[in-house]
Design a binder for this molecule. Sequence first.
Ligand code: ADP
Length: 665
Amino acid sequence: MKFSLGAGRWWLWSALCVLLLLLLGALVFLARAYEDSRLTEQLEQTATDLVAEIRASLNHNVQALQALHSSRPDQARWQQASTALLLDNREVLRIEWRDPQLQIRLAQASPFLPNLFDQLPRSQFQPDVRQACANARRFNGPAYSTSYFLPQQEGRGQELLEMCLQLPDDEGYLVLTYGLSNLLAERVGRDAQGSLSVALTESDGTRLAIAGRLTHRQDTLRAVQLFELPGSAYTLRLEQAREFADGRPKALSSTLALLALALAGVLALLAYDVRKRLRTEARLAEALAFRKAMEDSLQTGLRARDMKGRITYVNPAFCQLVGLPPERLIGTSNPAPYWPPDRVEEYLQRQPVNQTGKPQPRQGFEAEYIRPDGTRLPLLVVEAPLIDAQGRQTGWMSAALDLSAQRKIEEQSRASQERLAATARLAMAGELASLISHELNQPLAAISSYANGSLNLLQEADRDCQALRPDLEEAMRRIASQAERAGRVIKSVSDLVRRRERERSAVAPQALFDGIAPLVQLQARKAGIEVRWQVEPGCPPAWCDATMVEQVLLNLVRNGLQAMPTGDPPASSGLRTLQLRAAPAPAETSGGRPWIAFTVTDHGHGLSDQIARQLFTPFFTTKSEGMGLGLSLCRTVVEQHGGALDYLSGSPRGTVFRFTLPAAL
Ligand code: ADP
C-alpha cells in the first residue's frame, strides 16, 4: 500500500514535469518562431532597401552621363568626367561612347581594373552591347543586357552587365560595363562581414555574384527580392546568421529559456524535497508501527487522559486489565467505569485533575479496579504529565501494573509465616511444658513417695511415735529438699526466659516501627486499612530488647487489624485506619529514666466485658485459628522490661492498647 502510494505520487510528478517541459518547449519554440519572423521581416526590408539603393545608384550614373552629354563635351572633358565617375563608382568597370553603328568612339576603363578585356577582346561581347542598345532605343531610356561571364587571369573571372543609353541628336550611345560583384560589394558594408551574404542570381537560381560570406551556415535567415532592370531581371538573395540578425539579445526566448531552466531547477528541488518527505514519512510510519507493536506487547496497561480527565487513549493491556473494550473506555470521564463504587469518593480526591500544582508521586499509588464480572483487581498506578511538542501539558499518562500475582505471593508467604510462627510458638510452649514436666517429675515423684512413706508410718500409730520421729524428720527433710529442687527447676526455666535481659539496647521508636512496617503494610493492604505511624518529636529511644518489643507491637497490630474485617467499619466511614504512636510519658519515671508510651489504636469491634475479663488469660481466644497466647506473652515481655500493658475503649469505636517502656539514658 505504502509503495503504491509512493509510486502513484511519482507518476504524478513525472507527468507534471513532462507537461511543464512540453509547455516550456512550446513556449520557447513559439518565441523563437516569432523572433525569426520578425528578423526575416527585417532582412526582407534590408533586401528591399538594397535593391532600391542599387537602382538609385544605377539611375544616378545614368543621370550623371546624361548631364555630361547635355553640354556636348569634347574628348578631353568627356574622358575627365568619365574618369571621375569611374573613381566614384567602383562598380562601373568601363565607360564607352559609341557611334550610332555601335563602334567605339571613346572608351575609359576603371583605374581600379584597367586590364579588364586582356583575356578576351571587347568585340567578343558586341552582341550583348547590341542587345542592350536595341532595348535602349526601344525604351527610349537606359537598358541593360543580360549578364555574361568574363574570364580573367589566373582562372578567375567575373559576371558583367552592360548598360546602354541612347544619346540625343544621333550622337550615338553610352555603354557602361558594370561588375556585378562590385555592385554588391559596394553596398554590403564591412561591418556586416561574416554575418551577411548578398547574392545576385538569375531567375533559375544560377548565382552570378556574391558579396559577404557567412562564417558558418547552420543557422541562417533568408530573404529574396526581385531585382528588375529594363531588359533583364535578377533575384537578390540575402542570408544572415541568426546570432547576428539582431544586435539586441533575443530577450523573449532567452528569458523563456532562463525561466525554463529556473523551473527545471525548482522542479528538481521539489522532487528532492518530496523524496526527503517520503523517506521521513516512511521512517515515521516505521516508528509508529514499532511503537504500536511495543504498546500492544506491553503487559503494563497504558492510559492517557486530557486536562478534563477524559480518557483519550488506552492500550490493549489496559483493556484486558479492566475487562472493557477501548470504545467503552475512550471518551469516558470520572468516575471511570472500572472504579469500585465504594471507592469513588477516595479516587476522585486523588485524581491529578484535582491535584493541579501538586507534584504526583513518581512511585505511584495503589488502586483497586473492578471488572464487569465483579472481580476486583489490585493495581499500582503511576501518573505522569503528558507534554506535547510545544512543551504544554495536555493531560496525563498513566501506567497501570497488575499487582494480583504479587499480592497472591505476598499473601501466601504471610500465611505460611504466620503458620510457621504459630507452630514455633506451639513447639516452644510444648517443649517448655515437657521440660518442666520432666524436670518436675522426679522431685514431685520423690515428694509423693516420701509423703506416702510418712503416711504409712503414721498409720502404724500403735507403734512408738518417738521411734518414728527420726524417720519422719528424715522424710520431711527430703520432701523439703525435693520441693526446693522443684523450685530451682521453676527458677531455671524463668532464668531461661530472662536470659534475654542481656540483649537490651537503646532503640529509636521509629526503628521499632520500621522493623515491623513491611509485614504490617502487607496485612493492612489486604484488609484495605490505612496504617498511620507517628513518633512524637523529641521522643527518646527506648531501652529494650528490640526483637521482643517488635513481637509485642506486631501482636497488638495484628489483633487490631483482625478486629476490622472488610466492611466493618465500611470504607466510606473513613475509619478504616490503625494508628501506631510513640510518645514520651514524662509523668512516669523509673529509676530516673523517663518512660515512653506506645499506643496501638484500632477502630474495630472493641472488647465486650466478658472478653475483657479474660483478655490476658493464656490460651483464651475468640478466633478459630487463634492460640490465645498473644496478649499474655505481650504482658510478660512488657513487664520483663519493667513496663505495663493496659487497654481502654477507643473513640468513636475500637480499642486502644497501650504499653510503656523505659527510655534509654
Ligand atoms: P489470639 O489473637 O491468638 O486470639 P490474643 O491473646 O492476642 O490471642 O487475644 C485474645 C483475644 O482478645 C482475641 O481472641 C480477641 O477476642 C481479643 N482481642 C485482642 N485484641 C483485640 C482488639 N484490638 N480488639 C478486639 N478484641 C481483641
